[in-house]
Design a protein around this ligand. Structure first.
Ligand SMILES: [Zn+2]
Ligand SMILES: [Zn+2]
Length: 213
């Protein structure tokens, strides 16, 4: 199948023939890729400033912002089904047992820096025809959101909502409405034993229960 790959050692970026992935574990699902975002990280990778191929490969398939449709599921994949639209996450846990963030499934807060990232660091990305990954790294996109997102972003002249439509001003300009509440950044759990750089707003249980007041 086709894929867009960067060869850092040769400073080359091109369309290549890449082996089609197969489901190898019962909780994996296979996706047909529909859309890929390109961001500043991709520009850096394409400038050969950044990007690490998987071990044993001289190239890295790029693309880490994706939309795919599930076309096949493993025998124990129960959280996604064929036909679902999904966004697949980028970062994968470091695997060190002492990393409480990765052990709790919060690898975006990895302590060790030894995480991998699809399309960026040590794992092939999504700018290709088919992708296989574990269901736990897939977020289902509700079909009604996908429909409204694509119609609003592709319409050449979006209709202005009437003044009594109830939509906020920000929403009319296609901007994200203000969050109704934000997580406090000041420590609220003084018993927290998480490292200082995580402060006390770490989203996982971060201290032994019996030490809490
Ligand atoms: Zn990005
Ligand atoms: Zn980690």
């Amino acid at each position: 199948m086709k894929a867009v790959a960067v060869f850092p050692s040769r400073k080359e970026l091109k369309v290549i023939d890449h082996p089609e992935p197969k489901i190898e574990s019962p909780t994996q699902a296979k996706l047909r890729m529909l859309d890929i975002g390109v961001c500043g990280t991709d520009k850096e990778i394409a400038r050969f400033d950044y990007g690490t191929p998987p071990a044993g490969s001289d190239y890295l398939v790029i693309g880490h912002e994706s939309l795919g449709r599930v076309v096949e599921v493993g025998s124990q994949a129960t959280s996604v089904k064929v036909g679902d639209l999904v966004v697949t996450m980028v970062r994968r846990p470091c695997g060190h047992p002492e990393c409480v963030a990765c052990a709790a499934g919060r690898q975006d807060f990895c302590f060790t820096g030894d995480f991998t990232e699809r399309g960026i660091k040590g794992r092939h990305g999504y700018m290709t025809e088919s992708v296989v990954d574990d269901q736990r790294f897939m977020v289902i996109v509700p079909l009604n959101s996908a429909t409204s997102a694509s119609s609003s972003s592709r319409s050449p002249s979006p209709k202005k909502p009437s003044s009594n439509s109830g939509r906020s001003k920000n929403a009319c300009r296609g901007e994200r409405p203000a969050r109704p509440e934000s997580r406090p950044l000041t420590p609220t759990r003084p018993w927290c034993s998480a490292p200082a750089r995580l402060a006390c707003w770490a989203p996982w249980p971060c201290g032994p229960a019996d030490s809490r007041p």
